[in-house]
Design a protein around this ligand. Structure first.
Ligand code: HEC
Length: 163
């Protein structure tokens, strides 16, 4: 056997590396970003619409949550491009073009509801988990903060419309 390779000495080193990788995967980047405790509390009942829409501070918290929990599947710009997730920029995008204010509010409420339910329940069909449920991980405040952040993305590009 080659003098520099012996299975008994090589093995522990590999295991040390695996443990180090696992430890770094479990570290919580949220600790370094905007804090969700700063969000205005919403109480136990779920809002029918995103109560933080247009709130820059909530969007900043949402970015922290998004980067921690969503970015690996939905990509940095939330289009899902190059990854497995759906394009989140499209959720409710059509509503912005509705001129009638009351109708636009109903459209946005519907899109918010779809977003909220998708995140809460995840996407599980025929026992295949496309997206895990987040209701035990993220609070109502955090889910709306993520929605607020995603709504700030792609506002200047019309790219999402074409897909
Ligand atoms: C493990 C990968 C994964 C992670 C992590 C993930 N998602 Fe998803 N998500 C998906 C996939 C895949 C779909 C499309 C599922 C389908 O086919 O219906 C999806 C769909 C969605 C939808 C529905 C969009 C639509 O138009 O159908 C929303 C909203 C959503 N995700 C939000 C989020 C948010 C917010 C997070 C972070 C808290 C997140 N996702 C984390 C994989 C993921």
């Amino acid at each position: 056997m080659h003098p520099f390779f012996h299975p008994l000495t090589a093995l522990p080193r590999t295991r040390t590396l695996a443990v180090a990788l696992l430890a770094s995967a479990l570290s919580l980047p949220a600790a370094f970003g905007a804090d969700s405790a700063s969000l205005p509390p919403l109480g136990p009942d779920w809002k029918l619409q995103n109560p933080y829409r247009g709130n820059a501070a909530a969007a900043a918290v949402g970015k922290t949550m998004f980067d921690e929990y969503c970015v690996r599947c939905h990509a940095a710009d939330a289009t899902g491009r190059g990854s497995v997730g759906a394009n989140l920029q499209l959720v409710g995008r059509f509503c912005r073009r509705i001129a009638d204010d009351a109708l636009q509010q109903r459209c946005l409420a519907d899109a918010d509801d779809f977003f909220k339910r998708s995140v809460q329940e995840g996407k599980v069909r025929l026992a295949i988990t496309y997206m895990p449920p987040w209701k035990d991980v993220l609070s109502q405040e955090e889910i709306w903060a993520v929605r607020t952040y995603v709504e700030t993305l792609g506002q200047t590009s019309r790219d999402g419309d074409r897909r």
